[in-house]
Each structure stands twice: as structure tokens, then as C-alpha cells.
Design a protein around this ligand. Structure first.
Ligand SMILES: Cc1cc2nc3c(=O)[nH]c(=O)nc-3n(C[C@H](O)[C@H](O)[C@H](O)COP(=O)(O)OP(=O)(O)OC[C@H]3O[C@@H](n4cnc5c(N)ncnc54)[C@H](O)[C@@H]3O)c2cc1C
Length: 381
């Protein structure tokens, strides 16, 4: 019987979380004598998404940021808000640029091995083992970005909303986009009473991503997204002549499902599979950066890698918000209008970044105070 190849750490998934973790390990001399395997079924040569996030000043991914903005627009049927983001900047990265850069850096490191195989299962034991379609591998610790099947089970009682969307990157002959501002949410075109909006990222004066997004419990068919994107471009952007050069679609869990409970002493679930996507927003780029930093500290301190990854109070806030959105999905437009109109940009971003103080949180709660939230609060208790 052939013996399984051994590593100190195995990272399953060269996606956002896996590569962020691998890069952080590669940059810390503490890990120079550790052997790390990166297993993914994909070569990561396709641009499968666009990641956007906000941060203050310069950041570690600036060399691959394709566009950034200092002003955001929010439209509801009652209000038009223009938000100056300073001291924050909203930045966008093409996933392919991130994968390419990560691979360039990691391929030069002699202690990192790339394995292109499909993972079938992981065995939780003192010497955890990965079984792929071709081989098996053993490690001291495994980081796993595969989402547990339990999440998809119809039998769990967690609040599940899906952030699902389709976007077209369109190009125009004439310069029609204002590249200084992007549209965070536009509720002027909606699918019925549901929480649906359009997100617009002007990538240049002639190119923009126009994405129709749902925060709802169920998916819709392709033709529905396409029809709303088309309507938005003609009736709100007032553009008649354009070419669709790329499309992007996806679905992101917005849920209080306890992904973190699937981590053990020997296996840490990472990324979406580890609950790193913020339940109330679907954003995870910056959260992943922070979780990775905590994992590195834990590994160096001989602690369980998943120690202190979450702040419980934010999980509670997200749970209430998700309950409102689930039970009264028509309230989404009002909630976001209140949130953006009544709070400063700094207070909102600190809250969403899970860095706010109790006073700041109370102010945000006050801005959203309503029967819907009171009901959700008591149901959540
Ligand atoms: C279209 C889209 C756009 C998004 N935009 C944003 C955004 O703008 N800002 C933001 O903060 N968040 C965004 N998100 C949410 C989140 O940041 C991403 O989903 C992010 O990629 C999650 O990182 P991850 O590492 O968990 O998963 P992924 O990046 O999907 O990586 C998982 C990796 O695991 C591999 N894998 C899975 N199963 C196996 C297996 N059995 N064997 C081998 N390999 C396997 C996959 O091939 C993949 O490479 C977006 C999500 C989507 C889907």
C-alpha cells in the first residue's frame, strides 16, 4: 500500500480564502520550514468574479486594483443619496488578477506545492487526511474551503437568504459613465416588492458592470435577471447603443447557518465554508484578510487555528437583520434607505467591518428602529 504524502498544512481551495491564507503564510518567516500543499480542482485561469471592498487609504492589494471610487450613490424610490467615502475608498479587483498574482508569488516558494485534484473527503483525526480522486495526503492541519452539504439541506432551521445576481459588463461607443462615482444600490427598478436593486460599477467612461441583485430566499431564472438589466440600461442609464463584453453571475449565502461549527482541532473551515462571508452583506474580501491574520497568530501561538475568529455580538445583529429580510422582504429598500441616509459613512463602514463601539451600534439601531426589527428581535431571542 502506498503511503500518503505528508505536509504540515494542506489548504483545500485556491480561492479568495485559500490564496489569502497561503500568501500570509508565505510572507511570514515563521513558516519557512513548513511544507504546505495547495489543492484545487481548478487551475484558476478564468476570471470568475469581480471583488469589491472598501478600506482606508492604501492597502495590500493596490497593485491589482483595477478601479477605485471615492463617492457612492444610493437611489431609492424616495431618495437620492450621494455619499462621500473619504477616508475610505471603494476598490475593485478582477479575480483573475488576484489568482495570477497569488500563483506567481507562491510558485516561487520551495515549501509550497500545487496539487490539481478534486477533493472527495477529509478525515478528521489527529493526523487529518485528504482523499482526492487520485491520491491521499496527510497533514498536521487542514484548511478546507469546501462548503458542507448540511448547509444545502432543507431540514435546517437557519435563516437563509441568497444574494443572487447577474451582471453584464457593457461597452459604449460614447463616454457616458461618470468614473468618479459608483452606484451601491438603486431601488428605482424592482422585481415586485422584493429586496432587489441594481449595482453599477463604471470601470471607465465607456465601460461598466451593471448587475441586477436579489436578497431573497429563492433564485430566479436567467431571463429574469437579463430582462431587468436591459430595462435598467435603457430606462435609467438611458443608453441605447452598447455591447455586452462579459457577464458575471453568482449567489452568496446570507445566513446565520453556523459554518464555524464545522471546524475542529485538526481541520479549519475557511472562506464561505467557514462563515467568513458577512451574513448581512455578502461581503467577505476584507473579512477574510482579518480572519487570516488571526489564524496566523493562532498557529504561531500554538493555539487552535479557529480560535477567536468571530465576534458574537455581530452574529446577533446579522441574525436579526436576516430575520427581518426573510420575514418581511419588502422592507429591504426602506432599511437600506434609513441605513445610508441616517448614518455617517465612517459609522456604517465601521459597523459592517465589525469595528464599531457600542454607542455607534446603538445609533445605527436607532436609525432602523421599527416594528419589523422589534418583532425580529424577539423572534431571534
Ligand atoms: C460572483 C461573485 C461575486 C462576489 N463579489 C464579492 C465582492 O465584490 N466583495 C466581496 O467581499 N465578496 C464577494 N463575493 C463573496 C465572496 O468574497 C466570494 O464568494 C469568495 O470567492 C469566497 O471565497 P472562498 O475562498 O470561500 O471561495 P472561492 O473563492 O469560491 O474558492 C473556493 C475554491 O475551492 C475549490 N474547490 C471547491 N471544492 C473543491 C473540491 N472538492 N476539490 C478541490 N477544490 C475545490 C474551488 O475550485 C475554488 O477555487 C462574491 C461572490 C461571488 C460568487
Amino acid at each position: 500500500m502506498t503511503q500518503s504524502k505528508q505536509y504540515d498544512y494542506i489548504i483545500i481551495g485556491n480561492g479568495l480564502a485559500g490564496f489569502q491564507l497561503a500568501l500570509a503564510i508565505s510572507q511570514d518567516p515563521y513558516f519557512n520550514n513548513k511544507q504546505i500543499a495547495l489543492i484545487d480542482r481548478s487551475l484558476k485561469t478564468q476570471n470568475d468574479k469581480t471583488w469589491s471592498f472598501w478600506e482606508k487609504g492604501t492597502g495590500k492589494w493596490d497593485s491589482i486594483v483595477s478601479k477605485s471610487w471615492n463617492e457612492a450613490l444610493v437611489f431609492t424610490r424616495k431618495k437620492e443619496l450621494s455619499l462621500k467615502l473619504t477616508p475610505y475608498t471603494y476598490k475593485t479587483i478582477h479575480a483573475l488578477d488576484f489568482y495570477t498574482k497569488a500563483k506567481e508569488i507562491l510558485e516561487e516558494k520551495l515549501n509550497f506545492s500545487f496539487i490539481i485534484e478534486d477533493v472527495l473527503s477529509v478525515e478528521n483525526s489527529i493526523h487529518p487526511k485528504v482523499l482526492t480522486t487520485k491520491n491521499s495526503y496527510v497533514a498536521r492541519h487542514i484548511f478546507d474551503s469546501r462548503v458542507t452539504e448540511d448547509y444545502f439541506s432543507k431540514f435546517n432551521n437557519y435563516t437563509k437568504i441568497i444574494q443572487h445576481f447577474k451582471g453584464w459588463i457593457i461597452e459604449t461607443d460614447l463616454p457616458v459613465f461618470n468614473t468618479d462615482q459608483f452606484t451601491m444600490m438603486d431601488y428605482r427598478l424592482k422585481d415586485g416588492d422584493q429586496t432587489t436593486f441594481t449595482y453599477v460599477l463604471p470601470l471607465s467612461s465607456t465601460r461598466a458592470l451593471v448587475e441586477f441583485t436579489y436578497f431573497t430566499p429563492t433564485l430566479v431564472d436567467e431571463a429574469t435577471y437579463d430582462s431587468y438589466i436591459k430595462q435598467y440600461i435603457s430606462s435609467l442609464l438611458k443608453i441605447d447603443n452598447y455591447t455586452i463584453v462579459e457577464t458575471e453571475s453568482g449567489s452568496i449565502p446570507m445566513t446565520n447557518f453556523p459554518f464555524e461549527k464545522y471546524s475542529t482541532k485538526h481541520i479549519t473551515k475557511i472562506g464561505t465554508a467557514g462563515g467568513w462571508v458577512k451574513g448581512s452583506t455578502g461581503y467577505s474580501f476584507k473579512h477574510s484578510e482579518k480572519k487570516v491574520a488571526t489564524i496566523i497568530t493562532n498557529l504561531k501561538g500554538n493555539n487552535c487555528p479557529s480560535k477567536n475568529l468571530f465576534k458574537q455580538k455581530y452574529k446577533f445583529y446579522d441574525k436579526i437583520f436576516l430575520k427581518v429580510l426573510h420575514d418581511e422582504n419588502d422592507k429591504g429598500e426602506w432599511i437600506f434607505e434609513q441605513f445610508y441616509a441616517k448614518n455617517s459613512v465612517e459609522a456604517m463602514f465601521k459597523f459592517l467591518d465589525e469595528e464599531s463601539t457600542l454607542i455607534e451600534e446603538l445609533k445605527i439601531m436607532k436609525s432602523l428602529f421599527s416594528l419589523a426589527f422589534i418583532k425580529a428581535f424577539f423572534k431571534t431571542l
